[in-house]
Every structure is written in structure tokens, then in C-alpha cells.
Write a protein that binds this ligand. Structure first.
Ligand SMILES: NC(=O)c1ccc[n+]([C@@H]2O[C@H](COP(=O)([O-])OP(=O)(O)OC[C@H]3O[C@@H](n4cnc5c(N)ncnc54)[C@H](OP(=O)(O)O)[C@@H]3O)[C@@H](O)[C@H]2O)c1
Length: 338
């Protein structure tokens, strides 16, 4: 039994992003026929007047809030004002328009950076606001925490049913492979592709290779989002109790070292050279793993393992990436076929 009917109108805010595009694919795959999407040019979510008019005209029954200003450490550190302002404005406009227009279920996407820098590992939902945040993305994290608080406050004051989902690190075909802006896995994929193109015998990876990271394939995240929005009333309402934030982690519950990750990427792309770890370079947090007990109790588990996910990602992006690293031929494709 699914809670959302296949004909329900569902607005996916941010449908061209990594998360939004995966949610759009998943809902389409399941047969949902009334998905509403708008590009930024068609509807700037900063503009509350336009957002309200859009909601009044289209009356979405459910909303997936995957629109956000997102970036890596460098961007977060350089433009903290943009990160806090843009995210506060986008989420406030959508949450308020959803209330005015009686949206039924709304899923607000946040991030694992909402948890304290020194949170226990794995990080349970209950460690929210129990310690100082990582300074480099504090303005972004605080905007996301405000989004959770808004969902909670609206539920208490207006009886709405808004849920906040905190995914772990994601990867997938729609990722950003620009080395200046990318996260660890797309950066490793790009560097490995470049090493193959250049005929390099060594690939230098930043840090000691020992930090552990959890990674979730974007299509798995999309499945989890739709799973949550389709929960029956009893299980969905169990996430909206008055004295706890309406918050749930989404992840695999498994992590691997950066060394294992680099080795997996090398295997999938077909890099035969040696991996060299540049130890003086910063390692970042030693471990970052979500506690997904709550999600598992509800009955959802990820299905795409890391090696397969990297293979799927690489299959989807290798042509584009080879053209970006300046090669006309794809020397990795044979390995991928095996
Ligand atoms: N990627 C991850 O590893 C990860 C991990 C955990 C959580 N999340 C969360 O998931 C959510 C989505 O992340 P993502 O990785 O999918 O980000 P993304 O790829 O950058 O996509 C964000 C989307 O929001 C849209 N958008 C931003 N500002 C807008 C505006 N003013 N008006 C209209 N549309 C606007 C963007 O449109 P344009 O295409 O026009 O820019 C884009 O489609 C975020 O809340 C993020 O915190 C992501």
C-alpha cells in the first residue's frame, strides 16, 4: 500500500539537481503521472510572491524540497552569507506556501553536516544540537537546522505533516565532477580518469587514506525518500511526535576508508598504476557515519553496493568526463565491460 496516489500532484523543488533528478526518476519509474517541476528560470524560489502564486495555481498535494544552495568546503567557506541566506529563503518560501495551500506531506532534505563536529559515531538523530558544528559549513548547517525546526514548529502549530530527511554523502550520475567543487568520490573518479588519460603510473590521493566515509547512491536515496513519503499513516505519524524533531537519517549504515574507496575507483575505471597517499594533506574528520537504526526499523535498506554504484555512475558519465579531461577515446570502457 502506498500513501501517495499515482495521480497525486507532487512538486519536486530542485528537480535538476543530484537529489531532485533521482527523486523525479524514481517517481516516474513507479508510475506517478502528475509531477510538477520548474527550472530556476521558470520559478526563482527566492521570490516569495512568485512561489505563492505558483502554489495557488498548481495546488501540489505533496512536496519534495530538494532545492538548495549546495557546495563543498571551499564554497561554503568563501560564501557563508550566500549559503545561509539562500537556503533560509528557499526553504521558508516553500514551507510557508505549502502551509497556505494545504500541502499534505512535505519532505525537507538536509544534510549530515547538521550534526556536531564531534558527534558520536554512528550519529543518531538525537545528537542534533548537542555540540558545536564544523566551522567551515556552519552557516549552511544552521540554515538546514532552521529548516528542521520550521517543519517541527509548523507541525506543532498548524498540524502539518512535514518530515526532514538527512542523507549521508551522496554520489551518482548527476554529481559535480569539477575538481574545485566536487566531493571525495567524484573527485577520485575524475583524478583517476585523468591519470589513465595521461598514462600515469601513480595516482596521488590526498591525506593518509585512513578516514572512513559512508556513501549512498543517489537512486537509493530517491527510493528512501519515496518510501518515507509513502509510509502508512501510523508509521509516518510515529516520526512526527511532538517532543522530538521530525527527523530521520538516510544512509547505508556502512563506511569504508578513503584507501578502499580509491582502490575501488581504480578497479572500476581500470587504473593499473600505484596509489600514493599524500599524508601531509588534511584528512578531515576521521569518521562520519549515520546511525540508520530508525530507517531500518521502518523497513528500508539500501540496495546498491558501492562498487556497483561507482560502476553505474561511471557508465553514465564517462563520455562526458573523457571529453572534459581532453581525450577523444575512452580507454576505460573495455574494463567496464568486463
Ligand atoms: N549531494 C550530496 O551529497 C547531498 C548529501 C546530503 C544531503 N544533500 C541535500 O540534498 C539537497 C539537494 O542537494 P543536491 O546535491 O541535489 O544539490 P544540487 O545538485 O546543487 O541541486 C540543487 C537544485 O536546487 C535548485 N535551486 C537552487 N536554488 C534555486 C532557486 N533560487 N530557484 C530554483 N531552484 C533552485 C538548483 O537549480 P539549478 O540547477 O538552476 O542551479 C538545483 O536543481 C540539499 O538540501 C542538500 O543539502 C545532498
Amino acid at each position: 500500500m502506498r500513501y501517495m496516489n499515482l495521480s497525486d500532484t507532487i512538486f519536486i523543488a530542485g528537480h535538476r539537481g543530484l537529489v531532485g533528478s533521482a527523486v523525479h526518476r524514481e517517481l516516474t519509474r513507479l508510475g506517478y503521472t502528475n509531477l510538477i517541476t520548474r527550472t530556476r528560470a521558470e520559478l526563482d524560489l527566492h521570490d516569495s510572491v512568485k512561489v505563492n502564486a505558483f502554489f495557488a495555481r498548481n495546488r501540489p498535494k505533496h512536496v519534495v524540497l530538494a532545492a538548495a544552495k549546495v557546495g563543498g568546503i571551499l564554497a561554503n567557506n568563501t560564501y557563508p552569507a550566500d549559503f545561509i541566506r539562500d537556503n533560509l529563503v528557499i526553504q521558508t518560501n516553500i514551507i510557508e506556501a505549502s502551509r497556505i495551500n494545504q500541502v499534505d506531506r512535505l519532505l525537507f532534505l538536509g544534510s549530515s553536516c547538521i550534526y556536531p563536529k564531534l558527534a558520536p559515531q554512528p550519529m543518531p538523530e538525537s545528537c542534533l544540537l548537542t555540540g558545536p558544528l564544523e566551522p567551515t559549513n556552519r552557516s549552511y548547517a544552521l540554515a538546514k537546522i532552521a529548516g528542521i525546526e520550521m517543519c517541527w514548529s509548523y507541525n506543532r502549530q498548524y498540524g502539518t505533516k512535514y518530515l526532514a530527511a538527512m542523507p549521508t554523502n551522496l554520489y551518482g550520475p548527476g554529481d559535480n565532477f569539477d575538481l574545485n567543487h566536487s566531493h571525495v568520490l567524484p573527485a577520485l573518479i575524475r583524478k583517476t580518469a585523468e591519470a589513465i588519460r595521461n598514462g600515469a603510473t601513480e595516482l596521488v590521493v590526498w591525506g593518509t587514506g585512513t578516514p572512513r566515509r559512508e556513501l549512498l547512491y543517489s537512486d537509493d536515496l530517491a527510493q528512501a525518500c519515496v518510501f518515507l513519503m509513502n509510509l502508512d499513516e501510523e508509521r509516518y505519524n510515529s516520526l512526527l511526535v511532538e517532543d522530538t524533531p521530525p527527523l530521520i537519517n538516510i544512509g547505508t549504515g556502512e563506511d569504508i576508508t578513503i584507501r578502499e574507496l580509491a582502490e575501488t575507483v581504480a578497479r572500476v575505471l581500470g587504473f593499473k598504476g600505484k596509489l600514493v597517499f599524500d599524508s601531509p594533506k588534511p584528512d578531515g574528520t576521521p569518521r562520519k557515519l549515520m546511525d540508520v537504526t530508525l530507517l531500518h526499523q521502518l523497513g528500508w535498506h539500501h540496495s546498491v553496493g558501492l562498487e556497483r554504484g561507482i560502476r553505474l555512475t561511471w557508465d553514465a558519465v564517462n563520455d562526458l568526463l573523457w571529453s572534459q579531461v581532453g581525450n577523444t577515446e575512452n580507454p576505460g570502457s573495455n574494463e567496464l565491460d568486463t
